[in-house]
Design a protein around this ligand. Structure first.
Ligand code: AMP
Length: 188
């Protein structure tokens, strides 16, 4: 059973690395950001609610994302493990996740934290904005996402460190180099 949590600031390359690791391990990638963006595209009620937060660079309420994850991990493809990409993002989400996993008799195996210097992050995000056309990749929204990250998500690093689950990975270098650093940690 492989239950992996991927953490890191916006622009750290979580999504790119998560996809590669999931392919290698044959487990599903559960990205709350992707699920929310899909619901926006589909024009659902959830999408309308999510958009109002995402476009400002704020977090969608905990109850909403916890509900999404609770439903997703019940599905059959998650029975041999899964990778959570961009969830949890608050201490409260982490506590809810632990309860949820407890109820399935499951536990997180490892929390991967992708470490990238702050000045490199904004540049990477602005470059991505040109390529992916995300509505939350404009400079003021990027700055707010950084603030949100440092205020609400950064404390999770210490939270998982105390639990002995955290592995810091140097998130600079080529995509391949970073993947092999992560794989090394997962294998051990
Ligand atoms: P991401 O693609 O992971 O960067 O997520 C894009 C946006 O979706 C974030 O800036 C948040 O507004 C929202 N979002 C994604 N995951 C979460 C989460 N776990 N909790 C709250 N909001 C989230």
């Amino acid at each position: 059973m492989n239950i992996i949590v991927f953490m890191g600031p916006p622009g750290a390359g979580k999504g790119t690395q998560a996809k590669r690791i999931c392919e290698t391990l044959s487990i599903p990638q559960i990205s709350t950001g992707d699920i929310l963006r899909k619901s926006i595209q589909d024009g659902t009620e959830l999408g309308k609610l999510a958009k109002s937060y995402i476009d400002k660079g704020e977090l969608v309420p905990d109850s909403v994302v916890v509900g999404i994850v609770a439903e997703r991990i019940k599905q059959d493809d998650c029975k041999n493990g899964f990778l959570l990409d961009g969830f949890p993002r608050t201490i409260n989400q982490a506590e809810e996740l632990e309860k949820l996993l407890d109820s399935h008799n499951k536990k997180i195996n490892v929390v991967i934290n992708l470490d990238v210097p702050e000045e490199e992050l904004v540049q990477r995000l602005l470059n991505r904005a040109k390529i992916e056309n995300r509505t939350d990749d404009t400079e003021p929204v990027i700055r707010n996402r950084m603030k949100t990250y440092f205020d609400q998500t950064y404390p999770l690093i210490q939270y998982y460190q105390k639990k002995g689950l955290l592995k810091n990975i140097n998130g600079t270098g080529t995509i391949e180099e970073i993947t092999s650093r992560i794989m090394q940690v997962i294998k051990n």
